[in-house]
Design a protein around this ligand. Structure first.
Ligand SMILES: Nc1ncnc2c1ncn2[C@@H]1O[C@H](COP(=O)(O)OP(=O)(O)OP(=O)(O)O)[C@@H](O)[C@H]1O
Length: 347
């Protein structure tokens, strides 16, 4: 049996003149927490809707455990969806909301009771079963929406920006809870967000999308440390990005200097882009540094200072736990492994 729960094969979808999905293929493994991440309009929600069966692709197919499900209606797919607007039944209490799907399935009462209680425990809402849902906080309502989806024991749960309406603290708490629930239940989660921090902290695998295409797929560490192109580098975290030339294997020129790097396999003198993360730049004495510039601003960000340096006519951003005096001259060193080389985007 396939280790993939979902396989998307060459999906394309167009609304009028707008190509929303462009030949998109993707394998999603069982028990994985996979996040679709990308800017507004890149096709994340459309991908989820096609998996759920609420939309049909113009071309391509969706396979569930190896079998094509294009023609299967949404209610017959072993999939549940949680949306940002949780759409609970306002006239029902917490218990009734969670029990709803099981009642429809005509499950015996004592079995429903057992399952609802189990879910209430999972989402830490025991004792609240008789409360009307509109008397609860946004976070509690969202937990009910999740419990209502999970109680059906779907093999796959689709979550479309489910934390988008919550304030930051609640959002962070729910991120941890969702991840815990997913691991405990062993259900595959496909999670949609445009928030890169949320994606980095929750996912086993991140799929970065832009304009209906996959830009990169990998673990959060891969995506952050080895962005494949400058779109990914710009979208995930902050970056210093400069044009450069790959002189030969392990040797790159940018900002008017030649640096050692750890990359190879480029053409001789290929034009490339260089990405350097702000936290990877070492602040050193300008006398014996690789690059030097003038500090133009320094802002305390809680854990680090965000320091802006003007080097020739280029702007650099550095993150450092030490402050730097605005107006002072600063040396910058970069280790070979912190220089990320990317092929030029073909757009
Ligand atoms: N039913 C529709 N008719 C016409 N255009 C649509 C329809 N549904 C989506 N679109 C358009 O398709 C594009 C992709 O939409 P989609 O909802 O998949 O993006 P998204 O990546 O989820 O973005 P967001 O984060 O804003 O929800 C958008 O430009 C949207 O306006």
């Amino acid at each position: 049996m396939s280790e993939n729960i979902i396989e998307l094969r060459n999906l394309s979808k167009q609304y009028d003149d707008l190509k929303v999905l462009d030949d998109l293929s993707l394998d999603i493994k069982k028990n994985e927490f996979l996040t679709l991440l990308g800017p507004s309009g890149c096709g994340k929600t459309t991908t989820l809707k096609i998996i759920a069966g609420f939309e049909q692709a113009d071309e391509g197919s969706v396979l569930f455990e190896g079998k094509e499900i294009n023609e299967i209606p949404p209610y017959q797919r072993p999939v549940n969806t949680v949306f940002q607007k949780y759409a609970l039944f306002p006239h029902m209490n917490v218990y009734e909301n969670i029990a709803f799907g099981l009642k429809i399935k005509k499950m015996p009462k004592d079995k429903i009771d057992e399952k609802v209680k189990e879910m209430l425990k999972l989402v830490a809402l025991e004792g609240k079963e008789n409360r009307k849902v509109d008397s609860l906080s946004g976070g509690q309502q969202q937990r009910i929406a999740i419990a209502r989806a999970l109680v059906n024991e779907p093999k796959l749960l689709l979550l479309d920006e489910p934390l988008g309406a919550l304030d930051l603290k609640l959002r962070q708490e729910m991120q941890i809870e969702l991840k815990r629930m997913q691991k405990k239940l062993g259900i595959t989660f496909i999670f949609v967000t445009h928030d890169q921090e949320e994606a980095l902290s929750m996912s086993d695998t991140i799929v970065v999308m832009n304009k209906g295409k996959i830009q990169q797929m990998g673990t959060p560490e891969d995506i952050y440390n080895e962005p494949k192109n400058s779109f990914v580098a710009r979208f995930i975290g902050e970056s210093n990005i400069f044009d450069g030339i790959m002189l030969e294997d392990y040797k790159v020129e940018f900002c008017g200097k030649v640096f050692e790097c750890v990359d190879k396999g480029f053409e001789k003198n290929e034009n490339i882009e260089v990405v350097i993360r702000p936290e990877d730049i070492k602040m050193v004495n300008p006398e014996d540094s690789m690059l030097k510039g003038t500090v133009t601003s320094s802002i305390f960000k809680g854990v680090h200072y965000e320091i802006e340096v003007k080097e020739n006519d280029r702007k650099w951003i550095l993150h450092n736990t030490k402050n730097a005096q605005v107006g002072s001259e600063l040396g910058m060193d970069i280790y070979p492994e912190d220089i990320h080389i990317m092929r030029k985007e073909q757009n």
